[in-house]
Design a protein around this ligand. Structure first.
Ligand SMILES: Cc1cc2nc3c(=O)[nH]c(=O)nc-3n(C[C@H](O)[C@H](O)[C@H](O)COP(=O)(O)O)c2cc1C
Length: 324
């Protein structure tokens, strides 16, 4: 049997399948179920600053007499305590790496909370960073600085490794990744799936688009993992469009250290983890790979004899009127 153990964020994973931060990892029971299903690690459902702040806001402005007290409790760490309990219980019940996740836009918010997640036993932290610059006054360098400062402050507040999960929407992903590395991140997760935006044409209201990815979404992930592999000292974790074993194999060939699964587990259940791992083992046997490191980056730009193919962004033939 070939070796599929990997190291990610300085942690030993039995295999490269990580269950993504989502409702699938929101309780200690669910996290234990991920380990039982064969996952190499999991990222706990994010603790969202926005959610807590808006709850606090609505409670403070409600007529309920206990609202203000409850709001004060939330602000002083009620939800944080619940999150830390999930980490502690998950650590007690499982033997695989458990990664905490924070989503916040105010730096001081996570700098206060990260040491408590570390003390509760999180093996590492994934920062889910997402900003939507919607005005013309915020320039690109300012946005990049915001990300870099966030990571610098987070990394300085704890000893455990930090991964940063980003969206694909940057002027230059390599430059952003480089700055995240200089700020102290050990890994970058490519990519987060942002809330999908849609419009209801009958009631003229906004509505949510499809929450789940499809296999077609993997292209974006593959492009950037294969371009970045060997060009950054950050570890690369793939997220986005990994549904089947072949998809995991592709992100490893592109250069990922591990692959995160989410939508496919919602659609197919946790048993899909075993199916994906079995396919990886089968593929490695078929191609005579005895160790997973032999796959990693094999189809990256750095190792390609035709590196220019990795930077192709237009369908030249279709632009000139022919597709054959
Ligand atoms: C229902 C749902 C909930 C999610 N919740 C979170 C979350 O709390 N934190 C986070 O960082 N990502 C969250 N994500 C994003 C996933 O972790 C993952 O990055 C994304 O879905 C892309 O992976 P996939 O193509 O395998 O679904 C969520 C995704 C879904 C579908």
């Amino acid at each position: 049997m070939s070796n599929i153990k990997v190291q990610y964020l300085g942690l030993n994973l039995a295999n490269p399948v990580i269950v993504s931060s989502s409702g699938l990892t929101g309780t200690a029971d669910k996290i234990a179920a991920c380990e039982d299903a064969g996952a190499g690690a999991c990222v706990i459902k994010s603790l969202f600053q926005e959610e807590i702040d808006s709850t606090v806001h609505s409670l403070q402005h409600s007529s309920h007499p206990e609202g203000a007290d409850y709001a004060a409790a939330l602000q002083t760490g009620f939800d944080l305590e619940r999150y830390c309990t999930i980490i502690r219980n998950a650590r007690e019940r499982t033997g695989f790496p458990v990664i905490g996740s924070l989503n916040a836009f105010r730096h001081e918010w996570w700098v206060e909370r990260l040491p408590q997640l570390e003390a509760a036993g999180a093996h590492a932290i994934e920062l889910n960073l997402a900003r939507l610059p919607s005005d013309a006054d915020t320039d690109e360098a300012h946005i990049r600085r915001w990300y870099a400062d966030a990571v610098r402050e987070a990394a300085a507040s704890v000893k455990i490794p930090i991964a940063v999960k980003i969206s694909p929407y940057f002027t230059s992903i390599p430059l952003m990744v480089d700055e995240l590395h200089k700020s102290g991140a050990a890994a970058v997760v490519l990519f987060n799936r942002l809330y999908q935006f849609d419009i209801n044409i009958d009631d003229f209201a906004l509505r949510s688009g499809p929450p789940f990815s499809t296999r077609a979404d993997i292209g974006q992930t593959l492009r950037w993992i294969s371009l970045l592999y060997g060009r950054t000292r950050m570890q690369l974790a793939a997220s986005g469009g990994i549904h089947h074993g072949d998809d995991l194999i592709k992100v490893l060939l592109a250069g990922a250290q591990a692959g995160q699964l989410c939508s496919t587990l919602y659609k197919n259940g946790l048993a899909q983890i075993g199916t994906v791992i079995t396919r990886l083992q089968q593929y490695m046997d078929q191609h005579h790979f005895s160790d997973i490191s032999q796959l990693r980056g094999k189809v990256s730009q750095q190792r390609s004899s035709i590196p220019e193919d990795f930077e192709r962004i237009q369908y030249i033939r279709s632009l000139t009127g022919s597709q054959d």
